[in-house]
Design a protein around this ligand. Structure first.
Ligand SMILES: *Cc1c(COP(=O)(O)O)cnc(C)c1O
Length: 428
């Protein structure tokens, strides 16, 4: 598409956008009586307007049914997670049995590593992306130590080439091949939080399996952002949070994926709890853990009803929008427009004031664009916020801007560029 850097053009794209009404389902934060242009859905998605109502429904259930709520009412809590599984599955390309909402993300990363990082003999290493989100680094480090290894020997990080910001698939594949039969686990992010790079998940999975390793992904920045086919890509396990692109609220419940080929594998360790026990037999309260079949068998504690109610409401909005396919179609154009607009700002300034470190190729990114300002980065960011554009700042020097197809408009993107130019000119 030939983009134009003017308001009328952006508004025309909005009029043609089949998802333009979806933003009315969300609440935008305000400053000085005006709503923010919210470009931070990569960090915390906006609140759906129905959120208060669905919480109230569950508070009323608790009030009126109390303990009977587990088995009585419109959607008994005992089986509530099944409603979510149906809606989570299409979002990540899985069978409903392969997914389950539970806990929070880093906790699930640990629980899944208990099952899927089982080092044996010389096969003890984990390959991951350099510059992964800190929580993942800490989780992996501590798991490796837990098994008695030195993180310096057991963790192999794949880094960008000198002078580059993103990883090349061939370098990842090569690193996996180089470590070969010493790799127990390949554990990557789907989309990197800092650069916004969407890794070639099928290629990484194939390389890991060719080396005889298990392959898992942290999809915190991918789930709800880019289309995923976890089942068909033969990924062994994955987990994600629901509060970024999936708008389920701060501290929202996490989702896990376990490929069905592992359902009957009794060699997998688990840290068990009663909620993962076979559903039919759970309340016999007998000794000896027998897991429920599928991802549900990884549950530990009882259903977190309030966070699940929020996630359920949000997932219904994804269903209404047509899940990832229709959102992705808009997302590609919306993010390409931001790419174009930032380059227009550079042209108007007369130099590359804002370096985009996110891959240019659509297939290698989701909604997020990360930029590094040549000068005054933090001041530019603060000025954007002061003028009602909310992205986020990541140390040491990156501004992340994520136009989210669910609730951002082309006008949002145009106005962000207009403001960025004004700010750059006044700070000069
Ligand atoms: C956001 C994010 C987390 C956060 O983990 P929580 O356990 O939900 O606090 C972890 N890993 C990655 C890659 C993230 O992007």
């Amino acid at each position: 598409m030939n983009f134009e850097n003017n308001l009328a053009f952006a508004q025309t794209l909005d009029q043609q956008d089949p998802l333009r009404e979806m933003r009315n389902e969300y609440l935008f934060p305000q400053q000085n009586g005006r709503p923010f242009i919210y470009l931070c859905g990569n960090s915390l998605g906006l609140q759906p307007k129905v959120a208060k109502q669905v919480l109230e429904v569950q508070l009323n259930n608790w009030q009126n049914l109390a303990v009977e709520g587990w088995f009585e009412g419109n959607s008994p809590w005992m089986f509530y997670h099944k409603e979510l599984k149906k809606l989570m599955a299409p979002l990540v390309g899985a069978l409903p049995a392969e997914v389950c909402p539970m806990n929070t993300l880093t906790v699930n990363l640990h629980l899944l590593m208990v099952s899927f990082y089982q080092p044996k003999g010389k096969r003890f290493k984990i390959i991951m992306e350099g510059g992964a989100f800190p929580s993942d680094q800490y989780a992996i480090e501590s798991q490796v130590r837990f098994h008695g290894f030195d993180p310096k020997e057991a963790i192999i990080e794949v880094n960008p080439k000198a002078g580059e910001y993103t990883l090349r698939t061939e370098d990842i594949v090569q690193a996996i091949a180089d470590q070969g039969d010493e790799i127990a686990l390949v554990l990557f992010g789907g989309v990197n939080y800092f650069t916004g790079q969407w890794f070639d998940m099928p290629a990484i999975t194939k390389a890991g399996h060719d080396a005889g390793a298990i392959v898992g992904f942290d999809l915190a920045h991918a789930a709800g952002n880019v289309p995923l086919q976890l089942h068909d890509w033969d990924i062994d396990f994955a987990c994600w949070c629901s509060y970024k692109y999936q708008n389920a609220g701060p501290g929202g419940i996490s989702g896990i994926f376990v490929h069905e080929k592992h359902f009957n594998d009794t060699s997998l360790n688990r840290f068990a709890g009663w909620w993962g026990y076979q559903e039919e037999q759970r309340f016999k309260m007998e000794k000896g853990f027998i897991p429920e079949l599928g991802a549900d068998g990884w549950q530990v504690s009882c259903t977190q009803v309030m966070p699940m109610a929020l996630y359920h409401a949000s997932l219904q909005l994804f269903e209404k929008a047509g899940f990832v396919e229709s959102l992705r179609a808009k997302s590609k154009t919306l993010t390409a427009y931001l790419f174009y607009i930032i380059n227009e700002v550079n042209k108007q300034i007369g130099e590359e004031q804002y370096k985009i470190i996110t891959p240019q190729t659509e297939a290698d990114r989701g909604a997020q664009i990360s930029i590094i300002a040549k000068a005054n980065g933090k001041q530019v960011f603060d000025q954007l916020v002061a003028h009602n554009v909310l992205g986020d700042w990541r140390e040491p020097n990156v501004i992340r801007l994520s136009p989210v197809p669910m609730y951002n408009s082309f006008e949002d993107v145009y106005r962000t560029g207009e403001l960025l130019l004004t700010i750059s000119q006044t700070l000069k």
